[in-house]
Design a protein around this ligand. Sequence first.
Ligand code: AHR
Length: 529
Amino acid sequence: MLALRLALVTAASVAPAIATAQTATSADTVALSIDVSKPGAKIDRNIFGQFAEHLGTGIYEGVWVGPDSPIPNTRGIRNDVVAALKAIKVPNVRWPGGCFADEYHWRKGIGKTRPATLNPNWGGVIEPNTFGTHEFMDFIGQIGSEAYLSVNIGSGTPQEAAEWLEYLTTDQPTALAIERTANGHPAPYKIPYLGLGNESWDCGGNMTAEYYTRQMTIYSRFVRNFNPAQRDTGKMLRIAVGPGGGESRWTDWTDTVMKAWQGHQWSWDMEGLSLHNYTVIKWPPAYASVGFGEKEYAEILQKTLEMDGLIAKHSAIMDKYDPQKKIALVVDEWGAWYAKLPGSPEGFLAQQNSQRDAVLAALNINIFARRADRVRMANIAQMVNVLQAMILTNKEKMVLTPTYHVFKMYVPFQDATFVPVTFDAGTYTQGTITLPRVDAIAARDAAGTVWMAVTNVDPNRPATITASVAGLTPRAAAGQTLTAPRVDSVNTFEAPTTVAPKPIAARVQGGTVTLSVEPRSVTVISLQP
Ligand code: AHR
């Protein structure tokens, strides 16, 4: 009895959409009820966004090798990385930072002669500026993505940022557009997303909420997008710096910015508020990304589930000033932050990526999907070689991480409509930690196919999943599952497919889908009518 109560309480606190509890048919069976007659919000494809900062080998080596490199590349950008990213349909890439953005001066990254500067935030290494504005725009063009630029509010000026946007977007023959043409790009670029600073309460300048809001409104006013193709539709969305936690310092920050927005004049506006939340225990990050046990697995997953409460807290403040949910909550830095890999340079934030991270990624995406009415964009940190990366590279070698596979399996959820799923999650207990044993979301895509994602958090027990769909009789079900021999299994350059998705069979009988999911697994299946 106590176990069942715990299951219901925990599941409800993690998953607000799991409103009613079903009675599990047996200890190892979780019955999902999907209701397509009650569609929710669109799961914006932008919640699958990436973050690529000039940090460690995230850009240099991870993306950019230069046109003269023996590593196969197109105009200096690695072909293997481009092909892998194309396959996960990256909707947007946030660049150039992070903390780096508030010390970035875009003029140093254009033209034939690029000065070497420093990267004081991340190891104090030389920033060669060989990867600049044009190279970034080329890169996102190659992977079929869109630009989310962060402008420098910390150490830059409104004029510098305004000129960057004019350089990028005007189709008029201004001096800046002529310079852009001379640098190889006559057509204006599209910039759909603009970040107004980064962590301005900390590395972005230690500002108070009031001071930041004054600065931000000036940038919002003057940093214009002139691209005629973005004048009426596809207008650039401006994302203000938001909170970095749940304490009163952060709730006050959200309150201050949102209050200012509610009373704003015609002369400035914003369309998004950011939220940064890493899964990290202890600071500086001390948990290892490899060679850990079940205790650390459970602790990290418990920590990551705090994302839901954090979003709920800040959404409630936003609702006060913006009940129509015009302002998106943009979780533009999230993911696991572990201790640096032994032997890796200070400030490079190099870590491995295990099956634990695959489960962690699925749990967070599920949270964003359930809160899709407010969370309309998110960016995992970071895309290549840094923190919870999709891809790791070492010279000519590349390996796809377990997190990459989750992003690929979830592609059908991009822009699909959320549909509610009710279930009794059951419990998984490790020491003093009790977590929901299973998590699940469902969505319907534009073609009418219903997709279901099931995460079995329990690292020891498989689970039998049954799914019935009100309003649809599934006749076939097919999908993929991702599991691994251990919670700390990783892919390496020598063994790149230890963690790789494989097909999963599901039985369909009388409209009910039944499948068995392995321990510590993420499964995505489609239900065909
Ligand atoms: O992603 C690494 C860093 O974490 C970013 O530069 C910064 O915004 C955050 O503190």
